[in-house]
Design a protein around this ligand. Structure first.
Ligand code: CUA
Length: 329
């Protein structure tokens, strides 16, 4: 039985170690979370091996011979055994609780000097605002994609407009609910350059699986260039303002060659826009469910752009879309 147990343990350990089960670790917090995850997994695997091993052994060893229809001999309990199977699980559960509590405390620790990014979730899009970074006079930088500096601790302040969503970047490991009416927080210090998915991890409606964006981790110099680029776009005229708005609000779901976006959650605008009048484009933005492109579901695109955007922004966006789709004729 010991030999079988050792062999099974070796196979299990190989499967655990040699297959990359978890996404990349791209944050300081990821290592802490993964250690807690592996601690729980190892304890569970060990408990399972003991219970399954004893069960299989008992079934084999104490099987009734053919034709034996007698009752088994009565058993009156075993105090020593009962103490063991009470004390061991208590010790394991307490160990898991203490370890996880310490890891969570360390993960949520944040130095005085850190960046704050506000996250607003709504059906079915993300918006990231950077307090303290001005785009224009009195206007904060905000974006539909999450852009961060490597090794810069970020405190996310998260809220939702409509229903409960959940902010999750698997490579960062930290996950936090976005709840209407309150602000939740979590802390991430990205440690690896790259682009990672931002995923909504709470069933929030028909468009839930499409509620995705991306997190880009840049060097400090690249980040500054990105901020400058956003400022330049904001400072340009109405049409360029439309492009900037498009990138912030629409680009995470729609493909548009002119704006350099390639998302496929919503219809490909390079193919559905040509030939549409300004009125039709405006209706598609303000009242997205009035007419839905073939192959797409109503109720996925947020219906509140009419209230979210100012009349001027809406005009800029419509004009930009007409121009980019066919010269505005
Ligand atoms: Cu938002 Cu699921």
């Amino acid at each position: 039985m010991t030999l079988v147990g050792l062999a099974a343990g070796a196979v299990l350990a190989a499967v655990a170690i040699f297959i990359p089960w978890l996404p990349d670790e791209a944050s300081r917090e990821a290592g802490l979370i993964d250690n807690a995850f592996w601690l729980v997994t190892i304890i569970c695997a060990a408990v399972f091996a003991v219970v399954a091993g004893v069960s299989v052994y008992a079934v084999y060893k104490f099987r009734a011979p053919p034709g034996d229809l007698e009752d088994g001999s009565p058993i009156h309990g075993h105090t020593g055994l009962e103490i063991v199977w009470t004390v061991v699980p208590i010790a394991l559960v307490v160990a898991i609780a203490v370890y996880s509590g310490v890891a969570l405390g360390q993960a949520e620790e944040i130095p005085e000097d850190h960046t704050v990014i506000e996250i607003r979730a709504q059906q079915f899009a993300w918006n990231f605002t950077y307090p303290g970074i001005e785009l224009q006079e009195g206007r904060q930088l905000s974006s539909g994609e999450l852009v961060m500096r490597i090794d810069d601790p970020v405190e996310f302040r998260i809220t939702a407009e409509d229903v409960i969503h959940s902010f999750w970047v698997p490579e960062f490991r930290m996950k936090q609910d976005a709840v209407p009416g309150i602000t939740t927080r979590t802390v991430v210090t990205p440690t690896k350059l790259g682009t990672y998915p931002v995923i909504c991890a709470e069933l929030c409606g028909l468009g839930h699986p499409t509620m995705r964006s991306q997190a880009r981790v840049l060097t400090a110099a690249q980040f500054d260039r990105w901020v400058e680029e956003q400022r330049r776009l904001a400072a340009e005229g109405a049409s360029a303002g439309g492009m900037e708005l498009f990138a912030q609000q629409c680009g995470s779901c729609h493909t548009l060659a002119d704006a350099g976006t390639s998302a496929q959650t919503g219809p490909d605008l390079d193919s559905v826009l040509p030939g549409q009048s300004a009125e039709e484009i405006r209706e598609s933005i303000v009242e997205p469910d009035a007419e839905v492109s073939q192959g797409f579901q109503p109720g996925v695109m947020p219906g509140n752009f009419g209230e979210e955007l100012s009349e001027q922004q809406l005009d800029g966006l419509v004009e930009y879309l007409r121009e980019s789709a066919g010269g505005g004729e």
